[in-house]
Design a protein around this ligand. Structure first.
Ligand code: NAP
Length: 244
């Protein structure tokens, strides 16, 4: 059986990705940081419903030592990691001029350095197997930039650059690296927006509604699959037409 590691799988898009990949019969390494109860509940649901093995690992993905320990635990248990979904992330809405260096560092380390940390730890096992799929969750704001989300947009643009460069570097090892750039997806990350703000945002979505975590997870499981054997280095928008 193949194994998938999903970072930030305790809530939102990460949870939906874990469910989608368990449905495809992957054993799941479910990473969380603060939401332990949610992660443990999800692990039980996956193991009970999809006949897969699930390993829950707490790690703050912005810390390399915690990530290295998590990946070692995962490989000790499953021998391999075939699919890596770099999903964990945080948002920050404020003026650039009000953004402190600590806030900037937290966004960059959680959203971008984390992708270095986890991918760097996982790639050796993929290289030795001469196969693997890395799927990075960016954002449409990484493609076009969002006012009052400069740190977030910069971190997500970095994820896109990392994806394209790494895809070229590891293609000879038969490892594919792709990126999903979601639009506005209804998760806890959107809970800071008022109903009025959400109504205004919705007016700008050609398909007329917000996305769901499952909309993103469906593309992630597609990119994990053999159906996308010839796709690497791509940025796939899941945004209802908001960025074309
Ligand atoms: P969410 O509901 O807020 O969930 C965030 C997840 O990331 C949680 O599972 C959280 O784990 C985890 N996480 C945060 N910091 C972490 C850290 N330092 N170490 C390990 N895990 C950490 O957000 P979401 O909407 O599902 O977002 C998932 C990804 O999609 C993010 O990268 C986000 O930027 C991206 N995205 C979201 C949207 C959107 O509209 N929702 C749009 C574009 C892109 P704990 O709770 O266990 O700490």
């Amino acid at each position: 059986m193949k194994t998938a590691l999903i970072t930030g799988a305790s809530r939102g898009i990460g949870t939906a990705c874990a469910i989608a990949l368990a449905k495809c019969s992957y054993n799941i390494v479910l990473n969380y940081n603060n939401s332990e109860e949610k992660a443990l509940n999800l692990a039980k649901i996956l193991a009970d419903n999809y006949a897969v093995e699930v390993l829950c690992v707490k790690a703050d993905v912005s810390y390399k030592a915690q990530v290295d320990e998590m990946v070692k635990t995962a490989i000790d248990r499953f021998s391999t990691i075939d699919v890596l979904v770099n999903n964990a992330g945080v948002s920050l809405e404020k003026l650039f001029t009000d953004t402190t260096l600590d806030e900037w560092d937290k966004v960059i380390s959680t959203n971008l350095t984390s992708v270095y940390n986890v991918t760097h730890a996982v790639l050796p096992t993929m290289i030795s197997k001469h196969s693997g799929s890395v799927i990075n969750i960016s954002s449409m704001w990484g493609q076009v930039g969002a006012s009052c989300e400069v740190a977030y947009s910069a971190s997500k643009a970095g994820v896109i650059g990392l994806t394209k460069a790494l895809a070229k570097e590891v293609a000879p090892s038969n490892i594919r690296v792709n990126c999903v750039a979601p639009g506005v997806i209804m998760t806890d990350m959107m809970s800071g927006f008022s109903d009025e703000d959400l109504a205004l945002i919705k007016e700008d979505i050609p398909l007329g509604d917000f996305g769901t975590a499952k909309n993103v997870a469906d593309i992630v499981s597609f990119l994990a699959s053999d159906k996308t054997q010839y796709i690497t280095g791509q940025v796939i928008g899941v945004n209802g037409g908001m960025v074309i």
